[in-house]
Every structure is written in structure tokens, then in C-alpha cells.
Write a new protein. Structure first.
Length: 154
């Protein structure tokens, strides 16, 4: 898989995150740390699904763990500040891109159950090819959260 666009979007997200200057979020929204933790968890889950397919296992992608407050706090707590969180996002993003780049065309066409929820609304709940899931990180997920981070700048 050509991951040029995915890497570009990942680098753009990281540039926004590294620039910092984030203030508190509006009521009911995530702060910058939780956004970073959410992105890292999503990328790790995407990488896990891709590796499961490569291993011949029945993969599933479900983004609910990346929305879970306890899990977000766990990731934030394990890091010692936004700089460490950016490093976690960088590491999992590179892992996702490296795995995606190494997949065969046959692996990329494997359909897996995908559940994506945002703001208590189901966005996707259907089987999708792995290629589509991976492309979604670069086309929707990373740009959307980069914009969310920009909105938190003071």
C-alpha cells in the first residue's frame, strides 16, 4: 500500500500537536492530552487489526477503547506531558504506516467488521476492506483531530 498520504497527514497532525499553545476545551470536549491519547490508541488499534489480518486471524476494528475515559487517562498518565504524548502518537503512527506499507494487495482487500463512534453517534458499523479503514486515518481521522487541536489554541 502506498502510505505517502497517510504519512503526510500524520506528520501534519504531529506538527499541530508539537506547536502546542492549547488552552482548556469547551465544556464537554476533550483537552489536547485526551485528543493525543485518542489518536494514539486509534492508530495502535488500526495497526493491531492490520497485523491480525496479516497473521490470518479474524480482525475487528472497534474505536470504543480509544473513547473510553479510563483508557484515555491511562495513556495520559503513562506519559509525562504533552511532549511524551506526541512521542506516543509518533511511534504508533509510524508503526501503522510501516505495517500498512508491508501489506499485500490481498491483505488490504480483506473485509473486517468496523465500528466507529464519534460524539455518541455511530458513524460506521459495517464490514469494510482493510484498505478503506487505513485510508480513513489519513483522510478523516487525523485531519479532523488536527482541526480539533487548532481549535484549542489560545
Amino acid at each position: 500500500m502506498d502510505v505517502t498520504r497517510l504519512r503526510q497527514r500524520h506528520d501534519e497532525f504531529l506538527a499541530v500537536a508539537e506547536a502546542g499553545g492549547f488552552g482548556p476545551p469547551p465544556a464537554g470536549e476533550w483537552d489536547a492530552d485526551r485528543i493525543l491519547a485518542h489518536v494514539a490508541l486509534g492508530e495502535a488499534s488500526g495497526a493491531a487489526a492490520a497485523l491480525a489480518i496479516a497473521a490470518g486471524q479474524r480482525a475487528v476494528y472497534d474505536n470504543r477503547p480509544s473513547l473510553d475515559e479510563w483508557n484515555l487517562r491511562r495513556v495520559v498518565g503513562a506519559a509525562s506531558g504533552a511532549g511524551d504524548l506526541v512521542g506516543v502518537v509518533r511511534r504508533y503512527g509510524e508503526l501503522l504506516c510501516d505495517i500498512a506499507a508491508g501489506l499485500t494487495e490481498r491483505e488490504l482487500e480483506v473485509c473486517l467488521p468496523v465500528l466507529i463512534i464519534s460524539n455518541d453517534q455511530v458513524l460506521v458499523d459495517e464490514p469494510r476492506p482493510l484498505r478503506s479503514l487505513l485510508a480513513g486515518f489519513g483522510e478523516v481521522h487525523l485531519p479532523g483531530h488536527a482541526e480539533q487541536l487548532r481549535g484549542l489554541r489560545r
